[in-house]
Ligand binder design. Structure first.
Ligand code: TYM
Length: 325
C-alpha cells in the first residue's frame, strides 16, 4: 500500500500530533511504501515569521527522525521542493466548487481565529492537500480526526476528476488511529490539544521532565475520584486514560482495574512516569540530531528527488487528460 501524510512546520510537535499521526506512521513504514512530507506551503496560510520558517522545517525533520521515522524505509521531503504540488492544486481548483471549500470546518475555524488574515490560500488549503495526496496515487492517509474531512473532500475531487477526464487518480482512504484520533487539551478537555490555542494544555514531544510533571499535575480532572473512562461525564480523566493507554500499551480496561480505588493523584503520578520514560529516548535522539544538519538536509534532498519522480509522472498524465499537452 502507498501511504502519504504530512505535518505543518509551525513549531514544536505535541503528543496529539504524535498519537494522532506519527505513531501510526512508524508502524506503517515497516510494511508499506510510505511518503511523509513537511508541508511548508500549508504553514504559510496562517500568520508566520519568514525568518523562522527554515528553522521550523529543520526542527520538524529532526522530530520525524527522533520519533522513529527511518529514511531507509520511507521518503521524507519538504513540500515546496516538489513544484508539482502547487501546479496540481491549481488544476484541481478549476474543477472544485467554491462552496465545497467554504464548508470546510478548518477554514471556518481559522477564519474566526484570524479574521484579519482570511487569505485565498486558506480557502484553497484543501486543494493543496488533495494535490499532496493524489500526486502519489496514495492508498492510505494516516491522520488525526480533524483532518478526516479534508481527506473525504480529496476522495470527492478524485472521483469527480476520474469521471470527467477518465480514470487518473486512486481514491485514498483515511486511516484514523483506533484510539487517540483526537487528544484533548489538558486544560480544557472539551477542546482539541493544540499548541497555538493553549500551550499549558499541551505536552510537547520533547518537553522537559519537569514540565511534563507540572502540566500533568495541573491537568483538569472531573468531580469524584474514580478512574473511569466516560468521555461525556468524565472528559478530563478519559483523556488522561487514553494518553496513558497509548503510551503504556495497556488497555483502558486494564488501567481502570489497576487504579480502582486509588484516586487521581496516584494515577497522575504514575502517568508522569510513563510519559517521561517513553519520551526520554526521543529527547536524547533529538539532541544528537541537532548536530547533524548536513545529514538531515541530505535526507530531505534525496527524498525530494524520489518524490519528484512519482509526482512528475502523475502530473504528466493529468496534463494530458486535461488537454494541456
Ligand atoms: P497538522 O499539521 O495540523 O497536524 C498534523 C497531524 O496531527 C494530527 N493532530 C492530532 N491528532 C490527534 N489529536 C490532536 N489533538 C491532534 N492535533 C493534530 C492531525 O490530524 C494531523 O494528522 N492539513 C494537515 C497537514 C497536511 C496533510 C497533507 C496531511 C497537508 N497535506 C496530506 C495528510 C495528507 C494539517 O494541518 O495537519
Amino acid at each position: 500500500m502507498r501511504v502519504f501524510s504530512g505535518i505543518r512546520p509551525t513549531g514544536e510537535l505535541h503528543i496529539g500530533n504524535y498519537l494522532g499521526a506519527i505513531k501510526q506512521w512508524i508502524e506503517l513504514q515497516e510494511k508499506n511504501e510510505c511518503i511523509f512530507c513537511i508541508v511548508d506551503l500549508h504553514a504559510i496560510t496562517t500568520p508566520y515569521q519568514p525568518e523562522r520558517l527554515q528553522e521550523n522545517i529543520m526542527n520538524l525533520a529532526i522530530a520525524y527522525l527522533a520519533a522513529g521515522l527511518n529514511p531507509e524505509r520511507c521518503i521524507l521531503f519538504v513540500q515546496s521542493q516538489v513544484k508539482e504540488h502547487t501546479e496540481l492544486a491549481w488544476l484541481l481548483g478549476t474543477m472544485t466548487p467554491i462552496g465545497e471549500l467554504q464548508r470546510m470546518t478548518q477554514f471556518k475555524e481559522k477564519k474566526k481565529k484570524h479574521p484579519e488574515y482570511v487569505n485565498a490560500g486558506l480557502l484553497n488549503y484543501p486543494l493543496l492537500m488533495a494535490s499532496d495526496i493524489l500526486l502519489y496515487q496514495t492508498d492510505l492517509v494516516p491522520v488525526g480526526k480533524d483532518q478526516k474531512q479534508h481527506v473525504e473532500l480529496t476522495r470527492e475531487i478524485a472521483r469527480r476528476f476520474n469521471k470527467r477526464f477518465g480514470k487518473t487518480f486512486k481514491e485514498p482512504e483515511v486511516l484514523l488511529p483506533k484510539i487517540g484520533e483526537k487528544i484533548m487539551s489538558l486544560q480544557n478537555p472539551k477542546k482539541k490539544m493544540s499548541k497555538t490555542d493553549d500551550p499549558q494544555g499541551c505536552i510537547e514531544l520533547f518537553e522537559k521532565p519537569e514540565e511534563i510533571k507540572n502540566k500533568i499535575m495541573a491537568a483538569v480532572t472531573d468531580p469524584g475520584r474514580e478512574i473511569k473512562y466516560d468521555p461525556k461525564k468524565k472528559p478530563g480523566i478519559s483523556n488522561l486514560l487514553t494518553i496513558y493507554s497509548l503510551f503504556s500499551g495497556k488497555s483502558i480496561k486494564e488501567l481502570e482495574g489497576d487504579f480502582k480505588g486509588r484516586g487521581y493523584e496516584e494515577f497522575k503520578k504514575s502517568l508522569i512516569k510513563v510519559l517521561i520514560n517513553y519520551l526520554e529516548p526521543f529527547r536524547q535522539k533529538r539532541k544528537r540530531l541537532l548536530k547533524r544538519e548536513t545529514f538531515i538536509k541530505e535526507i530531505l534532498n534525496q527524498g525530494a528527488k524520489k518524490a519528484r519522480l512519482i509526482a512528475q509522472s502523475t502530473l504528466e498524465n493529468v496534463r494530458k487528460k486535461m488537454g494541456l499537452i
